[in-house]
Design a protein. Structure first.
Length: 598
C-alpha cells in the first residue's frame, strides 16, 4: 500500500491530464453501452410496430443512435490521445525525478550497481509504471464510477436485474482481478527481477566480450543468459495463462448477466411492468456493461510486476548520498588553495584506505602521487572532488573546510581527466564541449593540440564531427585518454587533476604530452596520479603512497638520493628503456597502445 501511495503522490502534478482521460473514458464507455442498448430497443420496437401495424416515431431513436456512434468514435480517439499524453508526460516526469534523486548518489553510492541494472531501473522499470497509471488506475476509477451509474439505471427498471448484474460485475471486476493478482504476484515480481538480471547479463556480456573470449568465459556467460531467458519465458507463460482465464471469466459473467436479465425480465413483460423492447434493451445493456470491468483482470495480473518495478525504483531513489551538502554553502573562493592535514578514510570494512594524508596544492604547484594499485591514489582524488566524505583530518579550500562548499562549487574549480574516461555516442566535438559548451573552434583545437590528439582528429574524414561511438568504441585507448585530457584542458579550471594521463600512450608521446601539459598548467595547481616515472623529474613534489599512507615525499632528486623504495621503482620502470632493450620495449608498447584511425 505504501508503494501505491507513493505512486499516487508522484502522479498528483499530472492530475488534470489523468482526470481528463478519466472523463473521456467514461464518455466513450457510456456511448458504447448506450449505443448497444438503444440499438436493441430500436430494432425490437420497430419489429413490434411492423407486426402490430402501429405508428412509431423513429427519428429521435435514429438520431440518438447516430449521436452515440459518433460520440463513441470521437470519444475513443480523444481518450487515447489524452490518456497517452498523460502517461507519457508522467513517465517523462518520473525519469526527471529519478535522475535528480540518483545524481547526488554518483559515483560512490552507484558503484554497487551494475550498469545494466541501472539502465533497467531508469528505462524498463519506469516504463512498467505505465501499467499502473494507464492500465490500472484509470480503468479502476472508470469501472467504479460507471458500474455505480449502470446499477442505478437498471434499478429504475428492475431491482432484481440491477442486483444480479451488480453481483456479476463485482465478481468480474472485484473477485476475479483479486484472484488473478494473488496468483500472478510472485510470477510478476520474478518477471521484473529476471528481466533486470537478463538485461544486466546481456549488457555486461556485450561490453566485456573481449575479456570473456580471452579468458574462455563466453560459454558460461551464454549459459547464464539462456537460463535467465528460460526462467523469464516460464513466468511469462504463467501470466499469459492467467490472462486467458481472466478474459474467459469476464466473458462468462457477461453472458450470465445477459441470460439472467432475460430470465428476470420475461415475467415482468408478461405482467406488463416492462415492454418487449425494454426487455431487449436491458439484456443488451447488462452484457455491454461488462466493458467497464474488462480491463481490470489484465491490469491486476501485472500489478505484482508493476509494484516490483516500483520498489526497485524507490530503493534506488531512497539511497542516502555519500556526501552531505551544506544547507548554506560558502561562496566560490578566488584562490583555489587546497590543503590536506591528517586525512583519513575507510570504505566501512574496518581497514583504513587512507591514513594521515598531508598535501598542499596551490596555484603554480605541480604534485605527483605515485604508488602501486590499491595504494589509495584514486580515493584521494575522490575526496578532493567531494565524491566521498573523509572520516578524519581536514581538507580546506582557500582556508575553509571543504565541507562548507557544495560539491558543484568544488568541482567547478577542478578539471579532471579520470582513469576511465567516458565518451558519449556523439561527435568528438560534442564530447569536448561537455567541459565548456560556449568554447569556440580555436579553443577546441588548442586544447586538443595540447593533449596531442588534434592531428589524429584532423586526419579523420569528418574531423571533429567524427562519431566517437558508444563509450568511445571507435577510438583507441590512447585516443580516448588524450581526448579526456583535452576535455579537461578545455574546461580551463584553476585546478587540473590527471589520473594516469599517460596510460595507453607510448613513452615518447607520453613525455611530449606531459611537457605540453606542464606548460599549459603554469599558474595552475596540478595533481598527477600515475604509475609511470615519466615526468616526475619536473614535479615540485612527489608523494610515494603505499597501503593508504604517504611513505616518502620530496622532489625527484631528493627521493632518488635518500629513498631506496623510490629508486627501485624508478629503475624498475625505466630499466628497459635505458638499456639495450629500449627498442624492444618501445615496440611492445606501440603494439599494445597503437592508435587506430576510424
Amino acid at each position: 500500500m505504501r508503494d501505491i501511495l507513493r505512486l499516487l503522490k508522484l502522479a498528483w502534478p499530472y492530475r488534470a491530464w489523468l482526470l481528463a482521460a478519466l472523463g473521456l473514458s467514461l464518455v466513450t464507455l457510456f456511448a458504447n453501452v448506450g449505443l448497444l442498448a438503444l440499438s436493441g430497443w430500436f430494432i425490437a420496437a420497430m419489429a413490434l410496430a411492423g407486426i402490430n401495424g402501429t405508428p412509431i416515431n423513429y427519428h429521435y431513436p435514429a438520431a440518438g443512435i447516430r449521436t452515440l456512434a459518433i460520440g463513441r468514435t470521437l470519444g475513443r480517439y480523444a481518450e487515447r490521445v489524452v490518456s497517452h499524453q498523460a502517461s507519457l508526460r508522467l513517465l517523462a516526469g518520473l525519469r526527471v525525478w529519478i535522475y535528480r534523486r540518483i545524481e547526488p548518489l554518483a559515483p560512490a553510492r552507484l558503484e554497487s550497481y551494475a550498469s545494466g541494472d541501472l539502465l533497467s531501473r531508469i528505462r524498463a522499470d519506469i516504463d512498467s509504471l505505465d501499467n499502473f497509471y494507464l492500465r490500472l488506475l484509470a480503468p479502476v476509477l472508470t469501472a467504479l464510477c460507471s458500474s455505480l451509474l449502470f446499477i442505478l439505471f437498471l434499478w429504475y427498471f428492475s431491482s432484481a436485474v440491477a442486483l444480479a448484474t451488480g453481483a456479476l460485475l463485482l465478481a468480474a471486476g472485484g473477485f476475479l482481478p483479486l484472484a488473478v493478482h494473488l496468483l500472478g504476484r510472485k510470477p510478476g515480481a520474478r518477471v521484473t527481477q529476471t528481466s533486470a538480471e537478463l538485461r544486466t547479463a546481456v549488457v555486461d556480456g556485450l561490453r566485456g566480450m573481449e575479456e570473456l573470449l580471452a579468458y574462455g568465459a563466453a560459454g558460461r556467460q551464454k549459459e547464464r543468459v539462456v537460463e535467465l531467458n528460460r526462467r523469464l519465458l516460464a513466468d511469462q507463460a504463467r501470466l499469459a495463462g492467467l490472462a486467458g482465464v481472466s478474459a474467459g471469466g469476464v466473458g462468462l459473467c457477461s453472458g450470465l448477466a445477459l441470460w439472467l436479465a432475460l430470465v428476470i425480465s420475461i415475467p415482468l413483460v408478461r405482467a406488463g411492468s416492462l415492454t418487449g423492447p425494454q426487455m431487449v434493451m436491458l439484456a443488451l445493456f447488462c452484457q455491454a456493461a461488462f466493458e467497464a470491468v474488462l480491463p481490470l483482470p489484465p491490469a491486476f495480473r501485472l500489478l505484482g510486476q508493476t509494484l516490483a518495478a516500483a520498489r526497485r525504483i524507490f530503493s534506488l531513489a531512497d539511497e542516502t548520498p555519500a556526501v552531505n551538502e551544506p544547507r548554506e554553502p560558502a561562496q566560490l573562493p578566488e584562490t583555489p588553495l587546497l590543503t590536506l592535514r591528517g586525512v583519513g578514510f575507510s570504505y566501512g570494512d574496518g581497514a583504513a584506505t587512507l591514513e594521515g594524508i598531508d598535501l598542499d596544492l596551490a596555484p603554480g604547484r605541480k604534485v605527483a602521487v605515485v604508488g602501486t594499485s590499491g595504494a589509495g591514489k584514486s580515493t584521494l582524488l575522490a575526496l578532493l572532488l567531494r565524491f566521498r566524505e573523509y572520516d578524519s583530518g581536514s581538507i580546506t579550500l582557500a582556508g575553509r573546510e571543504i565541507r562548507e562548499y557544495d560539491g558543484e562549487t568544488v568541482r567547478r574549480l577542478m578539471a579532471v581527466a579520470s582513469q576511465q574516461p567516458f565518451l558519449f555516442n556523439a561527435t568528438l566535438r560534442e564530447n569536448l564541449l561537455i567541459a565548456r559548451p560556449e568554447a569556440n573552434e580555436e579553443e577546441i583545437i588548442a586544447a586538443a593540440d595540447i593533449a596531442g590528439v588534434h592531428d589524429e582528429i584532423a586526419a579523420f574524414a569528418q574531423g571533429y564531427d567524427t562519431s566517437a561511438g558508444e563509450g568511445g568504441v571507435k577510438l583507441s585507448g590512447g585516443q580516448i585518454r588524450r581526448l579526456a585530457i583535452a576535455r579537461a584542458i578545455l574546461k580551463d579550471s584553476p585546478v587540473l587533476l590527471l589520473d594516469e594521463p599517460t596510460e595507453g600512450v607510448d613513452a615518447a608521446a607520453a613525455r611530449s604530452l606531459l611537457e605540453r601539459v606542464f606548460s599549459y598548467a603554469e599558474g595552475r595547481a596540478l595533481l598527477v596520479i600515475t604509475h609511470s616515472r615519466i615526468g616526475l623529474e619536473a614535479m615540485d613534489e612527489v608523494l610515494l603512497m603505499d597501503e593508504g599512507r604517504i611513505v616518502e615525499r620530496g622532489n625527484h632528486a631528493e627521493l632518488l638520493a635518500r629513498s631506496r623504495r623510490y629508486r627501485d621503482m624508478w629503475e624498475l620502470d625505466g630499466g628497459m628503456l635505458e638499456s639495450g632493450g629500449r627498442e624492444r620495449a618501445d615496440c611492445a608498447e606501440n603494439v599494445l597502445n597503437v592508435d587506430l584511425p576510424l
